[in-house]
Design a protein around this ligand. Structure first.
Ligand code: AHR
Length: 309
């Protein structure tokens, strides 16, 4: 061993594995579980030492995790910010310590964009538009009917909740028959999605025709509420959601969900490459997006075996 080490150039012999501190949003959804698994597996595969912290959907926990990574002098920090705002101070601390920051999955709103190096993740506004376009096409087949929509929003203040609402509204406003009659946060979880849908169903002033859920987990929770109210999900109430997790494909196969817009959580391998590039000071794009599709119920049975999350 000593002979091998002596034969190596000094830098290679001494090079320690790169350390990445990652602060995850939480474990609120099937999507998030797949995202965490992808990051952990990719770090192992890339030989990167990963320090991983679950923030349980609380910004204060993420700030604590980021500060602890700064104190530990990790080589690079990555995080998926639970909400968009309130990051300037801690990101300035990382910059002052000379630790580069990569955003994954969700964006931040900061005054100085040099506080992070790059952002890899989906285009949430476009996902909202795709959901809206699917509904516009469906509405065009029944031109006279007014469609009352209820919306289950994601975590308040989070990029996907803000952007998916924006993109969807931008598209549906072109047809005045499509109206959002109620909109509330279901915090991206099944339990809260069910609870909020129950309360929507109890308000009997207007008939609900469509549910737009900002993620599949809330839609799956809502499906349970709809069934318990004696209605047929996917038939009496058309259901549109986002993510494309296995649970959504199973619900579509059972005829209970009408369409899911894909949001790819398998960002681990790209993130590890970015971490290496950023530490090596190679130039990287400021914004890296992910290609994603739309899957209506008609293709669910065929697609289900191909799903990777
Ligand atoms: O930020 C991505 C979103 O967060 C996913 O759509 C949702 O399921 C998750 O909790």
């Amino acid at each position: 061993l000593l002979a091998t080490l002596l034969a190596l150039p000094a830098t290679a012999a001494l090079a320690a594995p790169l350390t990445l501190g990652f602060s995850q949003v939480g474990a609120e959804s099937e999507w998030r579980t797949a995202n965490s698994a992808s990051i952990k597996a990719a770090a192992k595969e890339a030989g990167i030492t990963l320090k991983f912290a679950d923030a349980q959907q609380k910004q204060e926990n993420q700030v604590k995790a980021l500060r602890s990574y700064i104190a530990q002098k990790v080589d690079v920090i990555a995080f998926s910010p639970v909400v968009e705002s309130g990051w300037d101070t801690v990101l300035k601390e990382a910059k002052a310590a000379g630790i580069p920051v990569i955003l994954t999955d969700r964006a931040v709103k900061v005054a100085d964009p040099t506080l992070y190096v790059t952002f890899i993740g989906s285009d949430f506004v476009e996902e909202g538009r795709k959901a809206g376009r699917w509904l516009l096409e469906r509405a065009a087949k029944t031109p006279n009917a007014a469609l009352n929509i209820v919306e289950l929003q994601g975590t308040v203040g989070s990029a996907p909740a803000i952007d998916r609402k924006k993109g969807f509204e931008e598209v549906i406003k072109t047809n005045p028959k499509l109206q959002i009659i109620r909109s509330q946060s279901g915090e991206f979880t099944r339990a809260k999605g069910k609870e909020v849908m129950e309360s929507f169903l109890k308000q009997r002033d207007k008939k609900i025709d469509v549910l737009y859920a900002h993620n599949d987990d809330m839609a799956i929770g809502a499906i349970q509420a709809i069934e318990e109210a004696g209605l047929k999900p996917g038939v009496d109430i058309v259901i549109i959601s986002i993510d494309g997790v296995r649970g959504a494909f199973e619900a579509m196969k059972a005829g209970k969900l009408n369409v899911t817009v894909e949001c790819n959580p398998l960002l681990g391998p790209q993130l590890m490459q970015l971490a290496k590039d950023v530490v090596a000071k190679k130039p990287v794009e400021k914004r890296i997006t992910v290609n994603e599709g739309v899957y209506p119920a008609e293709v669910a049975a065929k697609e289900l075996p191909n799903r990777k999350y």
